[in-house]
Write a new protein. Sequence first.
Length: 77
Amino acid sequence: MLLKIDQEQLSVLRRALEARVRDMQQRLGSDPSDEGFRREVRLATQLLRQVEALERQAGHRAWDIGRSESLPDDDED
């Protein structure tokens, strides 16, 4: 599948994914037993990392990559 987006759209997509993953992590913290939701968080996090990599490849600094509320590692399970 090929998705064509411009630089501005890429930045908006990254910010939206960051917000979604952050919200999902907060929810997961209150209900860690929901395996389906854990999988969704993991997939959203992977997608966010892919978008960040695309942004870096395009020559843009990924916004706030090293912040303290960083994303969980994918190998937690």
